[in-house]
Design a protein. Structure first.
Ligand code: PLP
Length: 401
């Protein structure tokens, strides 16, 4: 008995964990297997090759780690840096805050570059810090590509340009948790040294797999990095890669088969089409927000996120009430405002395996809740604006052409 049963499908529009497609659920519905049999290494070998495609890398080395995004952060940091190392990190929202907290607790010397929540990373300050650092005391630049708390996307190409302009050797570590497989992400082209994501975001898998991809320079750095690491030590993985058995400890068999199915779906749609779909759904969401007369928490268009939109509510409304009511009344799950923006924003996640009509259902639900909590919205206004946009911009489904 499901004590929170609601009829129909839950409209899951939090920015992760996201909907799991049927094909993936079915692929995971299987018994455990002996991971030392030849089958699992054979499956893993191909997964490791294929997973590089979602980071757009050919030179990176991926690690499929039984963990979450938080563990993937720790893997990136502890394998490449030593305690006391100076790093530059940007505080722009709850997830960059949590990563900075981890960096400080791991005893790195963190130069925190803070911006208002709703703004992107201040890359002018990065340029001045990198420009002044003639003796290369900065060992890494850490940045969250897409700040899920505020719906802000940072410009990674600019970070690379700054490092190149000053010929600075700092490692470039990127949290791609709410961006990889949804936003344009080019590990090799942007010279990213460690890129990471979590299975429950745009890959549309259950939570439980952290995917970390290391450049040759990051692997080289791991040979001298002195941070203590055991569970996350890349070297343990590399030893087993060489042996062709791949696993230093027990992988989730079900998640491996799920990843296979998730990648197959992404490749069938085409990664670039997947990215375009995210752009379309995000734009539709933004036109709906505008039609409701509400503001995007993201302060400039250049930072608009195509995976999550944080919507500011008028001060007489508590945004948490919107989230509570959406779930209780309409079986719609929206994202809460977190920390500094708690009560002030609610979030619509539009990432992963989701389509136009699902989004319109969500937008219809948001309108009803807005009206319920006393906001004078015209029912249908956001849906009309979004569907007018989608009707003009939605292509044929790639595999059905
Ligand atoms: N980074 C970003 C951008 C996130 O959105 C999240 C979670 O939502 C995390 C890191 C942390 O990931 P996890 O909750 O899987 O540990």
């Amino acid at each position: 008995m499901d004590y929170v049963y609601g009829p129909g499908r839950n409209h899951l529009f939090v920015p992760g964990p996201v909907n799991i497609p049927e094909q993936v659920t079915r692929a995971m519905n299987r018994n455990n297997e002996d991971y030392r049999s030849p089958a699992i290494p054979a499956l893993t070998k191909v997964l490791l090759e294929d997973v590089k495609k979602i980071f757009k890398t050919t030179s990176g080395t991926p690690f499929l780690i039984p963990t979450t995004g938080t563990g993937a952060w720790e893997s990136a940091l502890t394998n490449t840096l030593s305690p006391g190392d100076r790093i530059v990190s940007f505080l722009i929202g709850q997830f960059s805050l949590l990563w900075i907290d981890q960096q400080q607790r791991l005893n790195f010397n963190v130069d925190v570059v803070e911006s208002d929540w709703g703004q992107g990373a201040n890359l002018d300050i990065l340029a001045s810090k990198i420009g002044e650092d003639k003796s290369h005391t900065i060992k890494a630049v850490c940045i969250v590509h897409n700040e899920t708390a505020t719906g802000v996307t940072n410009n990674l190409a600019t970070v690379r340009k700054i490092l190149d302009h000053y010929q600075h050797p700092a490692l470039f570590l990127v949290d791609g948790v709410s961006s990889v497989c949804a936003l344009d992400f080019r590990m090799d082209e942007w010279g990213i040294d460690v890129a990471l994501t979590g299975s429950q975001k745009a890959l549309s898998l259950p939570t439980g797999m952290g995917i970390v991809c290391a450049s040759p320079k990051a692997l080289e750095a791991s040979k001298t990095a002195k941070s203590v690491r055991v569970f996350f030590d890349w070297n343990d993985y590399l030893k087993f890669y060489k042996l062709g058995t791949y696993w230093p400890y027990t992988p989730s068999i079900q998640l491996l088969y799920g990843l296979r199915a998730a990648l197959d779906l992404i490749f069938e749609e085409g990664l670039d089409n997947v990215i375009a779909r995210h752009g379309r759904l995000a734009k539709a969401t933004r036109v709906a927000v505008e039609a409701w007369g509400l503001k995007n928490c993201t302060q400039k268009e250049e930072w608009f996120s195509d995976t999550v939109t944080a919507v500011i509510v008028p001060s007489y409304i508590d945004s948490s009430e919107i989230v509570r009511r959406a779930w209780k009344q309409y079986n719609l799950s929206l994202g809460l405002g977190l920390n500094k923006v708690a009560g002030k924003v609610f979030r619509i996640g539009h990432l992963g395996n989701v389509n136009e009509l699902q989004l319109l259902g969500c937008l219809a639900g948001v309108e009803m809740v807005l009206k319920d909590v006393g906001y004078p919205v015209k029912l249908g206004s956001g849906v009309a604006a979004a569907s007018a946009y989608l009707q003009n911009s939605t292509p044929l489904i790639p595999s059905r052409i």
